[in-house]
Each structure stands twice: as C-alpha cells, then as structure tokens.
Write a protein that binds this ligand. Structure first.
Ligand SMILES: CC(C)(COP(=O)(O)OP(=O)(O)OC[C@H]1O[C@@H](n2cnc3c(N)ncnc32)[C@H](O)[C@@H]1OP(=O)(O)O)[C@@H](O)C(=O)NCCC(=O)NCCS
Length: 175
C-alpha cells in the first residue's frame, strides 16, 4: 500500500472530521471536541499546517499545527495537535509518518513546538517535559516540548482560542 502525506484539500474537510472523531471516540481523556478545534482553526486561518495521510484515495490520518503564544512574548513556537489515525489503521506507522512530516517543516521554519500527549509515544520524536515551559491546567509530565535551537524558553504557553471552546470547564484541550 502506498501511503501519502499531503496538505489538506477543501474537499477533505468531512473526511478529516470523521477520522478525528473516530480516533478520539474511545480515548478516556478526550473531550470529544477535537474535530471542532480543527474547524475553528481553519475558520480563523490558524492552521499553519493541516496534513492528511491518504491510502488508496481514503484519508486515514490527520495532523494539525497552529501557532502558540508564550508569556515571555517570544515568537516562533507552535503547537502540534490534534494528531489522529483511524482506529483500523493504527499501529502501522501512519502516526509516525504524520509526525515526521510536520517535524521536517517545523525544524526548518520555527524555533520549537509543544504538544500535550503520552511521553511514551512522543519521546521517540525528541519531545520531553521541560521545567519552566508550562501549560497551566495539564499534568506537567504530559506537556512536552521540542526545541530546534537547543534553548528552551521559560514561559507559560497559550494555544489558539479554538482550543478553549466546547470544553467542559473552559479548559484548553490541545488534543
Ligand atoms: C496516537 C496515534 C495518533 C498513533 O498513531 P499510529 O498510527 O497508531 O502510530 P504508529 O503506528 O506510528 O505507532 C504505534 C506505536 O506507538 C506506540 N504508541 C501508540 N500510542 C501510544 C501511547 N498512547 N503511549 C505510548 N505509546 C504509544 C506503540 O508502541 C504503538 O505500537 P504498538 O501498536 O505495536 O504497540 C493513534 O493511536 C491515535 O489516533 N490515537 C487516538 C487519538 C490520540 O490519542 N491522539 C494523540 C493525542 S496525544
């Protein structure tokens, strides 16, 4: 099977929504609003990267990148997420290929990136919890960063407002 990672096209919108909904359906910590986050980012032109994994004409995976704000006003940092792979296509390397694809771009164009996720999965891509670079409201061990300059700012991170909508407590859900 040939797997293609490519930017989203306008006609992909409903397939992307379905992939995200299916991927997060059974995730215990999900607020099940991840597809709405992507739609809010798209509406606001805040999808820096929006890439799909396509196999035999079907979209089976998705990843978004959007700008984040640092409390020390440093520019050039981005958030990865949501990352989603259809349940039937998981554990075949699709998530890794989506991650590699956005990391290649981020390495060339940004200072660094953050995400909220399982350290066991994201450590393979160079992500780690960094003291001083924080995301209020999430357990610190799950808020992970990767710098492309080796320097890590000391700052609080805020995501795009789209991440703070439709959540149970108005908390961010950086997917
Ligand atoms: C996380 C996700 C994107 C990974 O996609 P994938 O295509 O299955 O990933 P890969 O095939 O590249 O890697 C799979 C391997 O990563 C590891 N892995 C996957 N999820 C993991 C997790 N939560 N914690 C630790 N390791 C994990 C496992 O070793 C797995 O291999 P295995 O299935 O043989 O045990 C996918 O499982 C998914 O969509 N999950 C639901 C949504 C989600 O949690 N998104 C991420 C938000 S943080």
């Amino acid at each position: 099977m040939i797997l293609t990672i490519r930017p989203e096209h306008p006609e992909d919108v409903s397939a992307i929504r379905e992939v995200i909904k299916m991927a997060f359906k059974t995730m215990p910590h999900s607020q099940h609003n991840e597809h709405l986050i992507v739609e809010a980012l798209r509406k606001d032109d805040a999808l820096t990267l929006s890439r799909v994994a396509e196999e035999q004409g079907k979209i089976i995976g998705y990843v978004a990148v959007s700008p984040v704000t640092l409390s020390n006003a440093e520019a050039g940092w981005y958030g990865i997420g949501p990352l989603a792979v259809s349940p039937h296509a998981q554990s075949k390397g699709v998530g890794s290929k989506l991650m590699q694809s956005v990391l290649n771009w981020l390495k060339e164009n940004t200072k660094g990136c953050v995400l909220l996720g399982e350290p066991g999965y994201y450590s393979q891509f160079g992500f780690k919890a960094v003291e001083g670079l924080t995301f209020p409201g999430a357990p610190p061990e799950y808020f992970l960063s990767r710098s492309f300059t080796r320097y890590y700012p000391r700052a609080r991170v805020t995501y795009h407002p789209g991440f703070y909508q439709n959540t149970a407590h108005g908390d961010a859900n950086p997917a």
